[in-house]
Design a protein around this ligand. Structure first.
Ligand code: PAF
Length: 280
């Protein structure tokens, strides 16, 4: 029987009592197939899986969508139960950030580029809440989607720097049939924009196609991605080939890299990424 837990103390006790190794999937709820794939993987690789559902206020900037971020706790709980989750941690904001809470975790460098330059303070909020969640749950493994690739690198660095005993596992992005990366925020897309939203995925495919053909010039690969996104009338935030660990831009894609892309479609921000692998 799945347990729903709201307090830090109870969650710590529950996690300590569950059969380990423990697999942990941190989420902000409004679960989709991407989240379920993480839960399924945690269940397949660990005797017990736990999920957190917490829309973390500290990772939203003023004016962002914290208030209207999609929420559906009854549906999320039913999905977790059906997926075989042992416990869901669904704390209030006051439980996660009690009066006097004054610590924040900064992953300098990694947190400042790409998404961090457009959403300053976002990764501080992510790193802080994930550090706290890791200490509460103390899972052996935690599962994150590669969809938020920069987040995954920030969490990896933070976990390693702070010697947290949780192995961070990245899992491939789950996509709709037409390639759109699954995201809770896709509900914001208006019907008329839905097809244009696939431009990010098509740009990533165009980048890989160039690399397959032997192109290694970072600027050429970047221009090809930009052309696809701008051609669909989206507003581009960035499209870039980077080192997969440091996220530094690459002048030459002569080893496995990561293509990162972010653009706006009306009021909706979309991000995506994919590995770029040169032919051997
Ligand atoms: O990816 C998310 O859903 C959130 O950023 C996370 C990792 C649960 C932290 O709030």
């Amino acid at each position: 029987m799945m347990q729903i837990i709201e307090t830090v103390a109870e969650m710590r006790d529950k996690c300590a009592a569950l059969a380990g190794p423990l697999g942990f999937v941190p989420t902000m709820g409004y679960l989709h197939r991407g989240h379920i794939s993480l839960i399924d993987r945690a269940r397949a690789e660990c005797p017990s899986a736990v999920v957190s559902i917490f829309v973390n206020p500290s990772q939203f900037l003023p004016g962002e969508d914290y208030e209207r971020y999609p929420r559906d706790m009854p549906r999320d709980l039913a999905l977790c139960e059906a997926a075989g989750v042992s416990a869901v941690f669904a704390p209030t904001a006051a439980e996660m950030y009690p009066a006097g809470f004054s610590t924040s975790v900064e992953v300098t460098g990694l947190q400042d580029r790409w998404e961090g330059s457009i959403r300053p303070g976002h990764f501080r909020g992510v790193a802080t809440v994930v550090a706290r969640l890791f200490r509460i749950v103390q899972a052996e493994r935690a599962y994150f989607g590669e969809k938020d690739y920069q987040q995954l690198q920030v969490v990896r660095r933070m976990t390693s720097d702070l010697c947290l005993d949780t192995e961070v596992i990245g899992s491939p992005t789950i996509r709709e049939e037409d390639g759109l990366a699954m995201s809770s925020r896709n509900v914001y897309l208006e019907a008329g924009d839905r097809q244009r939203a696939t431009a990010l995925y098509r740009a990533l495919l165009a980048a890989q196609r160039l690399v397959d053909e032997g192109e290694s010039d970072g600027a050429t690969i970047r221009a090809a991605m930009e052309a696809v996104v701008l051609g669909e009338g989206l507003r581009l935030d960035y499209a870039i080939a980077v080192d997969p660990d440091s996220l530094e831009p690459l002048e030459r894609v002569d080893r496995t890299a990561r293509a990162l892309i972010a653009a706006r479609l009306g009021p909706v921000r979309l991000i995506d990424n994919a590995p770029l692998t040169p032919p051997t």
